[in-house]
Every structure is written in structure tokens, then in C-alpha cells.
Design a protein around this ligand. Structure first.
Ligand code: ADP
Ligand code: GLC
Length: 486
């Protein structure tokens, strides 16, 4: 039986993206729609969304609708655009005072309010069109107040009486904490007691914690990370609430949208390849080396990285490991990303110190990210924590050996290669220190020097299948359990 699902996400690829949340929201919606479910995917209409590329159509009856959020008054409109490559529709909440800013996320004082208003707007739209979704699926801190709003603001309302809520935690490192002085923005009135009282007394409100406390089901994006976030090491202060709700918590590994991320049909590549046409990959490597002005021979191994430059991504492990390795061994390195200045500085200086061998492109570049996946021999993800991670799964399909730390989704998707048995898909190291990363890189370079071993590992990886058809079904199982558990 088909389910009705209201999906809320602060980012949706290809409209708006800073990281994996966007890829996952778009791909999950596509997959659920393809499986016959009634999915409406809501996201804010940011100024950065290119309206010439994504034609917007106003929704009748949802234009210039007043929206009250605590003491604040807004006017919202709703437009839709088809999600490229799918029958799914994206519903965009248009409210220029909130979303007409240069970036998706801001450090403006009303950041919490932008996403509270977005969440409230979605519920208001459901009310206005009298749509009673069976599932309200919220993602990350931005929409984590959805479950509490349903329980507190709409208690007894027939429209949401049968709605069950799911919160997916993509990144527990971002919790959206704001000052308790803004408590009126939640409009909870006498239900303010439903807020986490200790935190409130300490002057803080933590959206992600309230999602954890009130969602009917909680998911995170890999089985290993579901275990990790209940520990003091990885819980980021939310471990107590997560342990309390352990029975409601499931880890579901993200899928890969192979219509977008597969070298057999990648729209950014001039030539396509698969496991039987790896010579094409070698040609793409040559082309990227030339394009980036590198002088490393095409026979030397080329390592790549595409990443938000945040502490989460383990860039600091490279501070010692990479210069050492570049001094001693033959390799090229290509990095794309932006973020914290100290990491950008490190990569800029690395490129200056090893001209012709290291290229750093600062910024966000979709096309180049596909090229790095295709042209590289190896891909670095030494993350401190990684709820799922997508690039290691993309890398596997592109025949680009992932070098990852054993955490979260990296542990669940990459199997350490064993030269004896020929089993395994990448290089996996355990400890979060530069010696461990160096060990992993040395092992990769040694294997690269043995073409038979390398080819075996590359092919093992290319044969892996992380398609959404399998992963989406796991969400559907949870939705079904919730809608029948009454
Ligand atoms: P996270 O969501 O923590 O950033 P993921 O591995 O889940 O990590 O997803 C990152 C996504 O963002 C991938 O699709 C990756 O290619 C993309 N990405 C990250 N940085 C950049 C960049 N500078 N340019 C283009 N794409 C990027
Ligand atoms: C995040 C996580 C990443 C995950 C992505 C999509 O931002 O950092 O590991 O793949 O969300 O779920």
C-alpha cells in the first residue's frame, strides 16, 4: 500500500547543496516516488536557487499566506518544481525576508527562526490544503522541531492525529542551539514544559535534542554511527537522550544515486567507463592532470579529496602525513573544498610547496568533484566522525580506491583490502592520528605498485552496489511499522 510522506530538508540537490544532506533528500524522494508513494518534499526557496534552471510554478491557494511564528509575522508562498530525473515534485517555501539571503546557512541572529518558520510553514501548508500525511520525515536540526510541533501545537487536531514522525540525523555535530530568550518563537505557551528543562534553565534550546526526544522513530545514516552516537565519544552531548530512545533508533546506510554518480553515465565526463574499460579512466586522469597544471606523470598515483573543510573531516591528520609522504614518495594530490581558514591555508601552502604535484581548488564545484572521482586513483576520507559519507561510495563505483578511517558509514561501506585473500575494497585505518593515516597511504602506494593487487581491489570496489532501491526500502519498513503500531 502506498504511503503519504511529508519530507522536510534544508537542502535538496541539485537545487541547493552544501553537503550530503542535499544528495540524500533528493535521492530518497526520487526513490520513494518511484516505489509508488505519495511524497512531497519541502525545502526553502533560497535566493541562490537558479530559477532559470529550475522553472517554478506557483501553487494555487498557497500564495501570500500569512504565517505566524511566535511573535513574528511572515507571508509565505509555495512554488513547485519537478525534481530532475523523477516524477517527484519539490515544494519550495518562498519567504524572501528569511530565505532571500546570499547563503543557505547564515550566522545571522535569526538563524533558528528561519528554520522554525520553515517547519511551521510546511505544517501550515498541510493544514491549508487539508493534506494529512501518514509520515512527517524531518532531517537534521533545521526541522527537528517538527515532531514536537505535531504533538504540542496540533494536539487533538484530526489532520495530524494519525501522522507519525521520523527524524533522521545526518550530522549530530550541528544541533542548532539557540538562546532560551527566544523561547517565545516556539509558541508553546503552556506546553513549554515539554522542552528539555535543564537546558532551558541553562539558557539554551537545542532543536536536535527535541527531535530526538519527540520523534516516533529516529534514524541516522549508517548502522555503525547509530551505535556510535549513543557513546560519550561520539554523542556530542546528546548521548543521554539517544540512549533513552535507543529502541526508537535505527541506522540506515545512505544509498547512491547511480544516475548521477556512475562513470558509465556521468554527465560531466566526456567519455564513460566501467570495469572493462578502465583505459578510459587513465585518459581522464591525464586530462585532469593537464587541466590543473600538474606535471606528475600519468603513471604516478593520483590521490583526490572533495570535502567541506571542517574538523569532522580529519584534515588535520594530513598536516604531518601529506608533506612527509610527498617528500618521500611519488604521488600527486588534488583537493577541492572550502571551509575553515586553517585547512584552506594548509592546502594552499601544500600546493605552493609541491608545485606540479599538488593542486588545491578552493570553493564548491560540482563538475570538478565528478572529475576528481573519475580521474583519481585514490580518495582520502580520514574523518574524525562520518555519519555516512557519500564520496567513499562514489569512489568505489569510479574505481578510485577509498582510504578511510574506520568510523560511521566509512566502516560500513569500505572493507579493508587483504592482499592474501584478494578480498576488500579500500584501505581502512583505525586510530585518529597522522601515523595511522601515513600507514594507510603507504599501504595504498605499495599496493599501487603491484598492478595485479591494485586491479583486484579496484574491481572489487566497482562491483559494490549501494543503490537507493535497497536502502529506500528500509525507510519504508520503518514508516510501515509506525503507521501500523497504533
Ligand atoms: P558531508 O555531508 O558531511 O559534507 P558527504 O560525504 O555525505 O559529507 O557528502 C558530501 C557531498 O558534497 C558529496 O556529494 C561531495 O561531492 C559534495 N561536496 C563537498 N564539498 C564539495 C565541493 N567543494 N565542491 C563540490 N562538491 C562538494
Ligand atoms: C552529513 C554527514 C555525512 C552524510 C550526510 C548525508 O552531513 O556528515 O556523513 O553522508 O550528512 O546523510
Amino acid at each position: 500500500m502506498s504511503l503519504s510522506v511529508c519530507l522536510l530538508s534544508a537542502e535538496v540537490a541539485p537545487l541547493s547543496k552544501t553537503g550530503g544532506l542535499a544528495d540524500v533528500a533528493g535521492a530518497l524522494a526520487k526513490d520513494l516516488v518511484a516505489a509508488g508513494h505519495d511524497v512531497r518534499l519541502f525545502t526553502p526557496l533560497y535566493a541562490s536557487i537558479d530559477r532559470s534552471q529550475f522553472p517554478m510554478r506557483p501553487v494555487d491557494g498557497l500564495q501570500h499566506v500569512p504565517l505566524q511564528v511566535g511573535p513574528h509575522h511572515y507571508v509565505i508562498s509555495v512554488v513547485t518544481t519537478p525534481l530532475p530525473g523523477s516524477d517527484a515534485l519539490v515544494y519550495l517555501i518562498d519567504c524572501p525576508v528569511l530565505f532571500g539571503r546570499p547563503a543557505i546557512y547564515t550566522t545571522d541572529p535569526d538563524e533558528h527562526l528561519r528554520f522554525l518558520a520553515f517547519t511551521r510553514a510546511v505544517l501550515a501548508v498541510c493544514q491549508r490544503v487539508q493534506w494529512s500525511p501518514q509520515i512527517l520525515h524531518c532531517n537534521d536540526w533545521h526541522t527537528a522541531f517538527g515532531p514536537l510541533f505535531i504533538k504540542a501545537l496540533f494536539e487533538g487536531a484530526p489532520l495530524f492525529a494519525r501522522t507519525r514522525s521520523v527524524l533522521t540525523i545526518h550530522n549530530i555535530g550541528y544541533q542548532g542551539v539557540f538562546s532560551a530568550t527566544a523561547v517565545a518563537d516556539l509558541e508553546l505557551g503552556p506546553k513549554t514544559y515539554m522542552l528539555h528543562q535543564d537546558e532551558l534553565r541553562a539558557g539554551k534550546i537545542n532543536p536536535l535534542r527535541h527531535g530526538i526526544l519527540y520523534a516516533d522513530a529516529i534514524t541516522t545514516v549508517s548502522p555503525t554511527h547509530a551505535l556510535e552516537i549513543c557513546t560519550d565519544q561520539y554523542g556530542m552531548g546528546l548521548q543521554d537522550s539517544l540512549r533513552m530512545r535507543r529502541d526508537a533508533l535505527t541506522g540506515i546506510l545512505n544509498g547512491v544515486d547511480y544516475h548521477i554518480w556512475d562513470p558509465r553515465n556521468d554527465r560531466y565526463l566526456p567519455e564513460h567507463y566501467g570495469p572493462d574499460t578502465l583505459s578510459v579512466k587513465a585518459g581522464l586522469k591525464r586530462a585532469l592532470i593537464e587541466r590543473l597544471g600538474l606535471t606528475v606523470p600519468v603513471t604516478a598515483p593520483l590521490a583526490g579529496m572533495v570535502s567541506r573543510l571542517a574538523a569532522q573531516k580529519g584534515i588535520e591528520l594530513m598536516f604531518d602525513a601529506l608533506p612527509q609522504l610527498l617528500e618521500w614518495r611519488d604521488l600527486g594530490f588534488v583537493a577541492l573544498g572550502s571551509g575553515e581558514p586553517k585547512y584552506e591555508r594548509f592546502l594552499t601552502e601544500l600546493a605552493q610547496r609541491f608545485p606540479g604535484r599538488v593542486a588545491f581548488r578552493r570553493g564548491y564545484d560540482d563538475e570538478l568533484s565528478h572529475w576528481i572521482e573519475a580521474a583519481g586513483d585514490m580518495f582520502l576520507m580520514p574523518s574524525l566522525y562520518e555519519p555516512c559519507g557519500l564520496n567513499q561510495m562514489y569512489s568505489l563505483r569510479y574505481g578510485t580506491v577509498p582510504i578511510v578511517r574506520r568510523t560511521g558509514g566509512l566502516a560500513d561501506s569500505v572493507q579493508h583490502y587483504d592482499p592474501q585473500s584478494g578480498q576488500g575494497t579500500g584501505i581502512v585505518f583505525n586510530d585518529f592520528n597522522s601515523e595511522a593515516l601515513e600507514w594507510a597511504l603507504n599501504m595504498a602506494l605499495d599496493l599501487y605498485a603491484e598492478p595485479a593487487q591494485w586491479q583486484r581491489m579496484v574491481r572489487n570496489g566497482m562491483a559494490m552496489d549501494f543503490s537507493w532501491e535497497k536502502q529506500g526500502e528500509k525507510y519504508v519498513e520503518i514508516y510501515r511499522r509506525l503507521t501500523t503500531d497504533r
